[in-house]
Design a protein around this ligand. Structure first.
Ligand SMILES: N[C@@H](CCC(=O)N[C@@H](CS)C(=O)NCC(=O)O)C(=O)O
Length: 219
C-alpha cells in the first residue's frame, strides 16, 4: 500500500519531503492538514504528539522529521534518484549540508516568520535581529561553497538540495539574499527550476496569502 504523507503544500518542511517523493515518482496519498478538516489533524496529532509536519505513515509506521522521511524513502521505497549518495563520504557531506539548511537557514527563517505572527507586544526584537544575522552569515558561507557547484553535494541532486530548496525560497522572501551573494541567488534559481520543486512551488501558490510578511510578487 502506498504511504500517506500528512502535510500542507505551503509548509517548507513538507515541501522538502515532497521534493524527494516527486524526484522518484513515489506513489503516496497526501493527507492534507487543513483547518477545515479537524479529523485528519486529530489523526495526525495522535500519531505524532509533537504536531510538527510532515509525517509519513508507511505500513502503519509513523515517520517524523523531513530528513528522516527522506532517509526512510531511500531505504524502503528507493527510486531512480537516490537522495543519499552511495559514497559514504558524500553521504556524510549530504547529511551535514542538510543540517546546515535546517539549523542555519530554516530555523532563523522560522523565527522571523513566527515573530511576525505575534501580537505587537509579544514581539522578540532581539531574537529576530539575531536570526537576520544568522541568515547573513549562512548566505556568506553558502556563497563560497556554491562558487563552483551546480548542486550542494557532489555532482547530483541529493537530500541536501531537498533541504536547500524551500529554505532558500522562503528565506529570500523574509530576508532577501541580495546581489552580494550571486552564487546563492543562482543556486536558488536552479532549485526553483528543478521540476520536483517547481511542482511544489505551483502547488503552494494558492496559499501565498498565508505568508505573514507578505509574499513578494515574483517566483
Ligand atoms: N524538525 C521538523 C520541523 C517541522 C516543522 O516545524 N514543520 C512546520 C511546518 S513547515 C510545522 O509543523 N509547523 C506547525 C507548528 O509549528 O505548530 C522537520 O524537520 O520536519
Amino acid at each position: 500500500m502506498p504511504p500517506m504523507l500528512f502535510a500542507h503544500p505551503f509548509a517548507s518542511y513538507c515541501q522538502k519531503a515532497l521534493i524527494a517523493l516527486y524526484e522518484n515518482r513515489t506513489p503516496f496519498t497526501l493527507r492534507m492538514l487543513d483547518k477545515s478538516d479537524p479529523s485528519t489533524f486529530a489523526e495526525f496529532a495522535a500519531l505524532w504528539p509533537m504536531r510538527r509536519f510532515p509525517l509519513l505513515l508507511d505500513e502503519g509506521r509513523p515517520i517524523a522529521e523531513a530528513t528522516i522521511i527522506i532517509e526512510h524513502l531511500d531505504q524502503h521505497r528507493p527510486g531512480p534518484v537516490p537522495m543519499i549518495p552511495e559514497d559514504p563520504e558524500l553521504a556524510l557531506e549530504a547529511r551535514f549540508i542538510d543540517r546546515f539548511f535546517d539549523n542555519y537557514v530554516q530555523t532563523p527563517l522560522g523565527k522571523i516568520v513566527t515573530d511576525a505572527l505575534r501580537e505587537a507586544g509579544e514581539r522578540d526584537v532581539r531574537g529576530v535581529a539575531d536570526a537576520r544575522t544568522t541568515l547573513d552569515t549562512a548566505y556568506g558561507w553558502l556563497e563560497q561553497r556554491m562558487a563552483n557547484r551546480e548542486w550542494a553535494v557532489g555532482e547530483r541532486f541529493t537530500l541536501a538540495d531537498c533541504a536547500a530548496a524551500p529554505a532558500l525560497f522562503y528565506a529570500d522572501w523574509a530576508h532577501p539574499i541580495g546581489e552580494g551573494f550571486p552564487n546563492v541567488l543562482a543556486y536558488r534559481t536552479r532549485l526553483n527550476a528543478r521540476p520536483s520543486f517547481a511542482r511544489a512551488i505551483e502547488e503552494a501558490r494558492p496559499y501565498r496569502h498565508f505568508f505573514p510578511l507578505g509574499a513578494p510578487d515574483r517566483d
